[in-house]
Design a protein around this ligand. Structure first.
Ligand SMILES: Cc1cc2nc3c(=O)[nH]c(=O)nc-3n(C[C@H](O)[C@H](O)[C@H](O)COP(=O)(O)OP(=O)(O)OC[C@H]3O[C@@H](n4cnc5c(N)ncnc54)[C@H](O)[C@@H]3O)c2cc1C
Length: 288
């Protein structure tokens, strides 16, 4: 393990100041389930680790504020998976949180850490994309909100700036019923990242949205403007043709040890068809 200073500020401004020290190479520490591994294998080098778990603005709480559900940056997967409003209104996010790692990992792993690590296989990313989440960040120039589709750049890289911290992730609470689901394929059950991860959301009178990950450098959001996926009576063949068009940007790594590109692309289509079917069923149940 490399040598670094460990800081545990209790004020947001102190944390921002610390993050700008060490030539802006200082790193926030939340649950540590990604960061500690990367410090150990030296894929991240830093002189300062800033533990953010005592900063009140990042507190692990889930609350409704007006027409938004606010999830504090330090909220862990266990609490997201078990939260009543998330299970009812944002089922894909609850399902995604529930498959991250193991019980022990989910008790430490935060939602903010998952999107800041920015793995293309991050399980919560597709769900946040289909629900139109925004990332709230605080930094030296104040607070800004970043639509989640503008957040991911490529593996390990986001649009966060030096000195900035994620304080919360917000989800719009839209009127009307919504059917959603998250699906994934892994090489083996349990402690493994996804070979394909996918979420889908269906609302009455709105285009169907899907997002998929682990098949390219970042997770992607796609919208079906043809109306085919929104039609509960559309055929599997018609849906498959639409999904083929929507997934055209998928470009799995040819060197990954997890799965071949051909397998990932085939599974992406299978999961897409299943997700649309499940989301329609859930929409019908929610509207009944
Ligand atoms: C055994 C194992 C299994 C796993 N399985 C899965 C899985 O199935 N699916 C999956 O998606 N992931 C999985 N992971 C990865 C990991 O658990 C998640 O990405 C987790 O959500 C990271 O959260 P954390 O709080 O531990 O982040 P940390 O490790 O503390 O931080 C991760 C990154 O985010 C930065 N960061 C953290 N908080 C903030 C903040 N508030 N503002 C700005 N930057 C911040 C850190 O500096 C670091 O770069 C697994 C990890 C392990 C070790």
């Amino acid at each position: 393990m490399q040598q670094f200073a460990y800081e545990r500020p209790t004020e947001l401004t102190d944390a921002i100041g610390l993050l700008l020290s060490d030539g802006a190479a200082a790193r926030p520490l939340a649950g540590g389930t990604d960061l500690i591994i990367r410090l150990r294998d030296r894929t991240i080098e830093t002189g300062v680790v800033v533990d953010v778990k005592r900063i009140p603005e990042l507190a692990p709480e889930i609350r409704v504020e007006g027409d938004r559900l606010v999830i504090g940056a330090n909220t862990v997967m266990t609490d997201i998976a078990g939260h009543d409003t998330i299970r009812r209104r944002f089922a894909a996010l609850a399902e995604a949180a529930l498959v991250v790692g193991s019980v022990q990992i989910r008790n430490r792993a935060t939602l903010a850490g998952n999107i800041c690590n920015a793995s293309p296989a991050a399980d919560t990313a597709p769900a946040l994309l289909v629900y139109g989440a925004e990332v709230v960040v605080a930094g030296p120039d104040g607070t800004r909100r970043i639509p989640i589709d503008d957040w991911f750049v490529r593996s390990g890289v986001t649009t966060i700036r030096p000195g900035e911290l994620v304080t919360a992730i917000e989800l719009p609470l839209v009127d009307g019923a919504v059917g959603g689901t998250h699906l994934r394929r892994t090489r083996r059950r349990g402690h493994d990242l996804a070979s394909v991860t996918l979420a889908c959301a269906v609302r009455a009178g709105a285009p169907v949205v899907l997002a998929y990950g682990s098949v390219g450098p970042r997770p992607w959001l796609v919208t079906d403007d043809s109306g085919t996926l929104a039609d509960p009576a559309s055929t599997v063949d018609d849906r498959g043709a639409v999904l083929d068009r929507l997934f055209a940007a998928a470009a799995p790594s040819p060197t990954s040890m997890r799965a071949s590109p051909a397998y990932r692309l085939a599974m992406l289509r299978v999961l897409g068809l299943r997700a649309v079917e499940t989301a329609h069923r859930r929409l019908a149940e929610a509207a009944a």
